[in-house]
Design a protein around this ligand. Structure first.
Ligand code: 3PG
Length: 311
């Protein structure tokens, strides 16, 4: 009698794996498209504060339309929810704008190599700010992560300090975002999709005044004219693509976070970076020296060792 139950369990587990596989593949593919259009836009229109704001605005609008048309049920939220979301949104805003500023200054591949060092930031923040301790193997796995990123950075042909610091700040901010979101999503009835929708809206509210202060409408108008005369009217579709794909890849990543552990999530995120690094090097013909690629490979290997050690 236990046989049908067992085979049902096996089937359910297989279905769950297929579903997670589909989430991961979709997440990576959407992220690759986002990174390519984002860089194409930034090459012609170097205003990362505006492009970051547009990504959040586009996502917020898409979700408002989907709530209004009842394609998705709107979440039931209270003041407490928005208060808990606030620190998550501050961290998301800083991490997003810092990564975009970084990509406006350096190759997409370089930003993502430095961003593959995120686990090292996670361990250091947890150890020194939250007092959490880890097994020795976890600390040892940080050596190839930090060493690999450092090697990739010093051998990067187009090194730029703002680009480097932007990726580092993004790492730090996203560690805080993940710590705060874990607390915020726990025991809440809001789905991953709606949680990310609310996060986009609050981040948009936080980012808009800063984007106006740092860049502002006058720079945007002049830059826009220059981009249109260089690229042609199709430029607007590039901006639309980077904005729509930014929302979609984040939405899928939050939907998969509903189904998997934070650890599986971070492994998925590292594998995502490999696809972004490889595809952007091919598409943008980024020059890479062998020692530079070696640094990236060591850092990524370190991230895998880290995930094994954490298990
Ligand atoms: C952003 O613009 O927010 C970054 O590209 C995010 O990078 P990540 O989602 O790959 O960490």
């Amino acid at each position: 009698r236990s046989q049908p139950i067992e085979s049902n369990e096996i089937k359910a587990e297989a279905a769950r794996r297929v579903k997670i596989g589909i989430y991961f593949a979709t997440w990576w593919a959407l992220n690759v498209v986002f990174n390519i259009y984002n860089k194409k836009v930034l090459n012609a229109f170097p205003y990362p504060w505006l492009t970051s704001t547009l990504s959040l605005a586009c996502g917020s609008l898409m979700m408002l339309v989907s709530w209004a048309s009842r394609m998705t049920e709107a979440p039931k939220t209270d003041l407490e929810f928005w208060k808990t979301l606030f620190p998550v949104a501050v961290a998301h805003t800083i991490g997003h704008v810092a990564a975009t500023v970084s990509m406006s200054k350096v190759a997409v591949s370089f930003t993502h190599i430095i961003k593959s060092g995120e686990p090292a930031f996670s361990v250091l923040v947890s150890r020194f700010l939250l007092g959490e301790t880890f097994p020795l193997a976890v600390y040892l796995s940080l050596l190839p992560i930090i060493g690999g990123c450092a090697l990739a950075a010093v051998t990067e042909l187009n090194f730029n300090m703002t680009g480097f610091m932007g990726a580092m700040i993004s790492n730090l901010a996203f560690v805080f975002r993940n710590i705060f979101s874990k607390k915020g999503m726990k025991g809440k009835s809001v789905s991953g999709m709606n949680y990310y929708a609310c996060l986009s809206m609050l981040s948009l509210f936080i980012l808009t005044p800063f984007a106006i202060a740092v860049e502002g409408p006058q720079m945007w108008a002049e830059g826009w004219q220059a981009a249109i005369s260089q690229i042609g009217p199709n430029f607007i579709w590039w901006v639309a693509a980077q904005s729509v794909f930014y929302h979609l890849y984040n939405q899928v990543s939050y939907m998969s976070l509903d189904e998997i552990s934070p650890l599986t999530f971070s492994i998925g995120n590292t594998m995502k970076r490999i696809s972004v690094i490889v595809s952007s090097i091919i598409i943008f013909r980024t020059p890479v020296q062998p020692v530079n690629a070696l640094g990236a490979a060591i850092a990524i290997l370190g991230t895998f060792l880290y995930s094994q050690a954490k298990q």
